[in-house]
Every structure is written in structure tokens, then in C-alpha cells.
Write a protein that binds this ligand. Structure first.
Ligand code: PHE
Length: 356
């Protein structure tokens, strides 16, 4: 009897000490399994005489019941503890923001390209590209710059080392060469914009030797100056978000357009600052014109059948105007403080419908 009491105490202690459901299962097996300590003793009852067997059987059954009950209680407790631990571990605070705010920023150049792409794509333009390293032919000659023409000097061109035949490639001084490249390979109608890098040997607060332009080209049978004006007025107003922004076309000269016009937008310089919109002053933002018949001819398009317009503008310049960025140089400094200040949150994709 004594050792049955001891067994009971021992098993109940083991049950109490089991720290996990697995450990508890081991305790159950050692006590009540096929070869468990209680089971073995039950089997041994067969060797006793009937009275002793009844008495011992009752005692053993009581131990068995007590251990079973303890196992059950312990299993419930451990199960609750495991569930509570899991609930604590997987707890979600639904009042927190879905994600921590992204720390990376979209560079104002990229943002501006995305914005103007959204505007022109809405009008039916697609995006084209061309190489940064150009031949003299595409950068100048096919754009109707005669050899030795002074306008070539205006561009402060970076030349590469001459090749075996003495020909020097250039870092394109504008995106206009892509006009010719596109017309050579595309049958009109053509409606493209060409955002990209351009290079001129010039460096101060408003000029960088590497900068960005966006070119535009429209070629069709009856495209005329009215289309040029409508397209660029709509663009300026959409880009700056000012419905009644004054836009002025001023006669100008480019070898590759005739007639040519520079485009100014209205602004005010009262009080020292610069405000875009109605005012008594003007600010030049882009060059444009009707594609010169010679350029169409160079590109293999018949000027008797097709005509169109082109425009080009500096991306840094319109970004600085729109976002009030005073100095051009930090655009290329990769200074995180500048980027955090002037950059854009990545998920805020520019769309015409969503507002720019
Ligand atoms: N390529 C000219 C520049 O860099 C801009 C321009 C493009 C003007 C297309 C007219 C037509 O200044």
C-alpha cells in the first residue's frame, strides 16, 4: 500500500512538472501506457487471491483515476498557455499604419519625367529614346546645322576622341537627334516624347554639364502651328496645375524648325520671389517650331506629304520652377538631406486624373 501511495505522489508530481504537451504525453505513457507503471501493476493483480486483488484493484483504480484527472487538467492548462503564447506572439495592432513609411525618395528629375510623361501620354504620345553618345550627323547635320554654322558653337559640345577616319562623336547636346532617328524608322503619324540626358560644357548655379531635356515630335499630314500651340498651352497648364496660366509664343530661331517659337509662361517677381501664374512678367521655359522641311528630307519623309512640330525643354528648369528649388547643383550631389527635403514619396505615382 505504501508504495502505491508513493507511486501516486511520484506520478502526480511528474504530471505537475511537465512543461509542455509533449513532456506531458511522455508522463502519460510511463504511467498508463501499455508498459506503464500503473498498467504493469494492474497486470500483476492476477497473481493475488480474490480479496487482496479486490482491495489492491480499488486502490490502483483510484490512483489511475487521480493520475488521469491530473493529466487532463494539466493538458488543459498547457493547451491554454500554448494558445495564449501564440496569441501574444501573433498579436496585430490594427490601429498601426499598414507599413512603416518608406524612407527612400523619388528624385525630382524622375518625378518630373513621370509627371510630363503622364500628361503627354494622356494626349496620345508614346515615349522614345536614343543614345547619349551621338554622331555629328544626328546631333547637328541632319538637324539642318550646316557645317561650320555658328549655332554649333552655341552648344558648347563635348567631343570624343576622333576615330580612324577622323570623325568625332559627341555627347548629345540636346534630345533633338531622336527626332531624326524616330522619323527614319517610323511611318507617320508620329507622336513621341523623348526624355533623356544631354550634355554641354557649362557649369554654374543654373547650368550643369549633364542635364535633362524632353523632346516632343508630332508628324502627320495636316499638323500645323495651331496644334503646336494648343498642345503646349495644355501641357504648361497641366504641368504647373494652373488652369489660366498665361502662355506666350515668341518668335525665335532654331536651324531645325521653321517657323520657330520660344514659349514663355506668366509669372510675377514682385517682392523678390518668383510666382508662376498671372503677373506682369514672363519666364522662358521651352523651344519649339514646325519641323524644317530639310530635316524631314534628311529623315526620309516627304515634306510635300507630311509636316509637324517639335519642342524641347529642360527638365531641371521646369522642376526647379514648379517645386521652388533655387539651385541646380544639389540635383547631382546625392545629398540625403536634400533628397529627403525635395524628393517624392514612392507610392505617390503621378497621374493626370489624380492631380500632379
Ligand atoms: N533642341 C533645342 C534646344 O536644345 C530645343 C528645341 C527642340 C527647339 C525642338 C525646337 C524644337 O535648345
Amino acid at each position: 500500500m505504501d508504495n502505491v501511495d508513493a507511486l501516486r505522489a511520484e506520478l502526480l508530481a511528474e504530471v505537475e512538472q511537465a512543461g509542455t504537451l509533449d513532456a506531458l504525453e511522455q508522463v502519460r505513457i510511463t504511467a498508463l501506457g501499455k508498459k506503464g507503471r500503473i498498467t504493469e501493476r494492474m497486470k500483476a493483480l492476477g497473481g493475488l487471491d480474490p480479496d487482496a486483488r479486490r482491495a489492491a484493484g480499488q486502490t490502483l483504480n483510484a490512483v489511475k483515476d487521480a493520475v488521469s484527472e491530473a493529466l487532463e487538467d494539466r493538458r488543459a492548462a498547457l493547451g491554454d498557455a500554448a494558445l495564449n503564447a501564440r496569441l501574444a506572439r501573433e498579436r496585430i495592432d490594427v490601429s498601426l499604419p499598414a507599413r512603416p513609411e518608406a524612407r527612400g525618395r523619388i528624385h525630382p528629375i524622375t518625378q518630373t519625367i513621370d509627371e510630363l510623361t503622364a500628361i503627354f501620354c494622356e494626349m496620345g504620345f508614346t515615349v522614345a529614346e536614343g543614345p547619349d553618345i551621338e554622331t555629328d550627323y544626328y546631333n547637328f547635320e541632319a538637324l539642318n546645322f550646316p557645317p561650320e554654322h555658328p549655332a554649333r558653337q552655341d552648344h558648347d559640345t563635348f567631343y570624343l576622341q576622333p576615330d580612324a577616319e577622323g570623325r568625332r562623336k559627341v555627347l548629345r547636346t540636346h534630345t533633338s537627334p531622336v527626332q531624326v532617328r524616330t522619323m527614319e524608322t517610323t511611318t507617320p503619324p508620329i507622336r513621341i516624347i523623348v526624355p533623356g540626358r544631354t550634355f554641354r560644357s557649362d557649369h554654374d548655379a543654373t547650368h550643369s554639364p549633364m542635364f535633362h531635356q524632353v523632346e516632343g515630335l508630332v508628324i502627320d499630314k495636316k499638323t500645323h502651328m495651331g496644334h503646336l500651340k494648343g498642345c503646349l498651352i495644355d501641357f504648361c497648364r497641366a504641368f504647373f496645375g494652373i488652369d489660366d496660366l498665361p502662355v506666350r509664343f515668341r518668335p525665335s530661331y532654331f536651324p531645325f524648325t521653321e517657323p520657330s517659337a520660344e514659349v514663355d509662361i506668366g509669372c510675377s517677381r514682385k517682392g523678390g520671389g518668383l510666382t508662376i501664374g498671372a503677373g506682369d512678367d514672363w519666364l522662358e521655359i521651352l523651344g519649339s517650331g514646325m519641323v524644317h522641311p530639310n530635316v524631314l528630307r534628311y529623315a526620309g519623309i516627304d515634306p510635300a506629304e507630311y509636316q509637324g512640330f517639335a519642342f524641347g525643354m529642360g527638365i531641371e528648369r521646369i522642376a526647379m520652377l514648379k517645386y521652388g528649388i533655387p539651385d541646380l547643383r544639389p540635383f547631382y550631389d546625392t545629398d540625403l538631406r536634400w533628397l529627403r527635403h525635395y524628393g517624392f514619396v514612392p507610392i505617390a505615382q503621378p497621374t493626370v486624373a489624380g492631380g500632379l
